[in-house]
Design a protein around this ligand. Structure first.
Ligand code: TYD
Length: 215
């Protein structure tokens, strides 16, 4: 049977994930075995949870509620979509997964004490499914936020409206996850998006993805 593959793109605001995913879709959709999805979301119920999480009407949401909802959306996404797809030999590419929760809900919200709660919930939610590879798109916060504003989809969600300090912590969270992953031999790649042109970034991500798909 064909082997399923699970690849995740991660990064802070304006890092270029959307641009890379559009390019990957354009280049890989013809294969017929690709599934592109996103978190929070990816299934009808998880998309409803996404609306709750991102809506600017919900500024009073507690960090704990936020953590539970992201994990709830993940449980739905993994069990309804990702797991069955991988079992059928599909190649799944997700715009964000568990490392976003570490970066945003633990680092961004400065709630490191929720780490154990996160680990327990997340392990239940992901039901044994781990990414085969993670590609982290990294960009300095101010450049990323400026890019997002310029692209016209800035300030759309509750997270876009957070202060620079929040986004600095998110970036620190991603970079720490990258270090830890490398030390433990996980298949993580970092793409520094400010030292390359947009085309070079897209080509680099495509090259990494193609290599993983061939393995
Ligand atoms: P989105 O507009 O899709 O952002 P982006 O284009 O940057 O991916 O909104 C998703 C938001 O949800 C984004 O700000 C990051 C946040 N998020 C978390 O805070 N925790 C998570 O676990 C996930 C998956 C996303």
């Amino acid at each position: 049977m064909k082997k399923g593959r699970f690849i995740v793109l991660e990064g802070g605001e304006g890092a270029g994930k959307g641009m890379c995913i559009d390019y990957l879709k354009e280049q890989l959709n013809g294969r017929g075995d690709m599934i592109f999805t996103r978190e929070p979301g990816g299934t009808p119920i998880a998309e409803k949870i996404r609306e709750l999480l991102l809506s600017k009407d919900n500024n009073g949401m507690l960090p704990l509620t936020e953590l539970f909802l992201f994990c709830g959306a993940r449980a739905q996404h993994v069990n309804e979509l990702i797991k069955p797809a991988l079992e059928n030999g599909k190649k799944v590419i997700s715009d964000r997964f568990e490392d976003s929760t570490i970066a945003y809900q633990l680092f961004g919200r400065c709630r490191g004490e929720l780490r154990d709660v996160f680990n327990s919930l997340n392990n239940i939610a992901k039901d044994g499914i781990n990414p085969d590879a993670v590609i982290l798109l990294d960009v300095p916060v101010l450049i990323g936020l400026a890019r997002k504003r310029k692209s016209g989809d800035g300030l759309c969600t509750r997270f876009d409206e957070e202060k620079v300090d929040f986004h600095d912590m998110v970036r620190a969270g991603f970079l720490e996850q990258y270090q830890l992953a490398k030390e433990s031999g996980k298949n993580w790649h970092i793409v520094e998006t400010t030292v390359m042109t947009e085309q070079e970034v897209k080509e680099k991500v495509l090259k990494i993805v193609k290599k993983i798909l061939e393995e």
